[in-house]
Write a protein that binds this ligand. Structure first.
Ligand code: FAD
Length: 361
């Protein structure tokens, strides 16, 4: 399938694949993107998601601008919202700059996926829909989404008379080791239980999540449609596979703490493209940009899962008492001395485990 010459082939038209295509096309390269579905954003279809704005001090829209990626999608800057602990206590979260930007995913007008597609087409990228890349030689960049399941987010999309806003509940009985969330923008809503374990009982957790939001946030759903998806995160030893490079969730790039993956997908897509353009070592590129963030988030994930509902309550109190939730979270995601040490210990214990199983073979 792969053509010879200067044309670069990409598998997957998600944020990672399209960001790579845009970067290559801006540099004047010929690009073909193969997308297995008949449209972009097929697995999300009007899902509301948060483009996080706490991992960098620089605003994410300005980061995208610097990366050469469009911000011409509908969005809602979110500065204030409500979080609840497992005992139903409400905590108001506030930040000076947007904490995150609410965006819509899927093939419709105004979505993040459609904006990326339009930019790619404008730059001359050739799209091949209904084109599933099957063999390993089929593309230069693989950006085909999650490979396995580390977390699931499941619930409903719906229409609603509710005002725009966001609400979160941190309670293991609704979302084991994760969180439940409700997002509303422009008369449309998404309610989900985002769980990191306990998948077999997902129907029960979704039911509890909907009931809790009805009680705590006045959730009103019109014409609810079930929706869910999976998330995959790990720090790869290498994101290169022979001559190919992997980007986005296909490589494991995603926030292991709360499952925010759009920024890592876009950033890794841009870096994958740059590595091909400049002949630079991709592994070095993504390690510089993503590894420290991901390993801190992995340490945070271990701490959050161990501390349970009491740990969440402690964290929510800190968020509420802080005048700027964005900056608090920014620090939470930054590698500190103790978190670096925990990350090293965890990596060493994984290596030890791997060595032991090698010996036992
Ligand atoms: C329910 C849910 C809610 C989420 N909420 C958030 C959130 O609030 N904030 C956030 O930042 N992240 C969120 N995420 C994660 C985020 O959506 C993903 O991390 C991000 O979309 C990953 O981008 P990607 O380009 O790597 O993969 P994808 O977006 O999955 O795109 C991969 C594309 O490749 C195509 N494809 C697959 N196989 C092939 C093949 N063999 N050949 C050709 N094409 C192929 C797929 O059809 C798809 O279009 C959420 C995820 C889920 C499931």
């Amino acid at each position: 399938m792969k053509t010879s010459g200067d044309t670069i082939e990409i598998a997957g038209a998600g944020p990672a694949g399209l960001a790579a295509a845009i970067t290559l096309a801006r540099a004047g390269r010929g690009v073909i993107v193969h997308e297995a579905q008949s449209e972009v954003g097929h697995r999300f279809k009007r899902d509301l998601q948060g483009l996080d704005n706490w991992t960098t001090r620089q605003d994410v829209l300005s980061v995208l601008h610097d990366q050469g990626i469009t911000t011409d999608f509908r969005m809602r800057p979110c500065r204030e919202g409500a979080a609840f602990d497992a005992w139903g206590r409400k905590y108001v979260t506030r930040s000076d700059e947007p904490f995150f930007y609410m965006v819509e995913r899927g093939p419709g007008p105004g979505t993040l996926d459609t904006a990326l597609l339009h930019q790619a087409l404008y730059l001359g990228v050739q799209m091949r829909f209904n084109s599933r890349v099957r063999d390993e030689q089929g593309a230069d960049i693989f950006a085909t989404g999650p490979k396995k399941v580390d977390a699931i987010a499941i619930g409903y999309h719906f229409d609603t008379p509710m005002a725009d806003g966001y609400w979160v509940i941190c309670d293991n009985s609704l979302a084991p080791q994760g969180y439940a969330y409700l997002l509303v923008m422009g008369g449309r809503g998404t309610v989900k239980s985002c769980m990191f374990t306990g998948f077999k009982q997902k129907a029960l957790y979704v039911w509890r999540t909907v009931s809790a939001f009805e009680r705590l946030a006045g959730l009103k759903m019109i014409d609810p449609r079930a929706h869910g998806g999976v998330g995959n995160f790990h720090i790869p030893s290498s994101a290169c596979c022979g001559a190919q490079v992997l980007a986005g969730e296909q490589a494991g790039f995603q926030d292991p703490l709360w499952g925010f993956g759009m920024r890592a997908a876009i950033t890794s897509g841009v870096l994958a493209a740059r590595s091909l353009l400049e002949g630079y070592d991709y592994d070095r590129y993504w390690r510089q940009e993503l590894e420290a963030l991901m390993s801190t988030a992995l340490v945070n994930r271990t701490l959050h899962s161990r501390l349970g509902n009491h740990g969440y309550r402690w964290f929510l109190r800190r968020v509420e008492n802080h005048s700027d939730a964005r900056m608090l979270l920014h620090r939470h995601y930054r590698p500190s001395g103790p978190k670096r040490l925990l990350a090293l210990l965890s990596a060493a214990s994984k290596r030890h485990g791997a060595l032991q199983s090698e010996f036992q073979r």
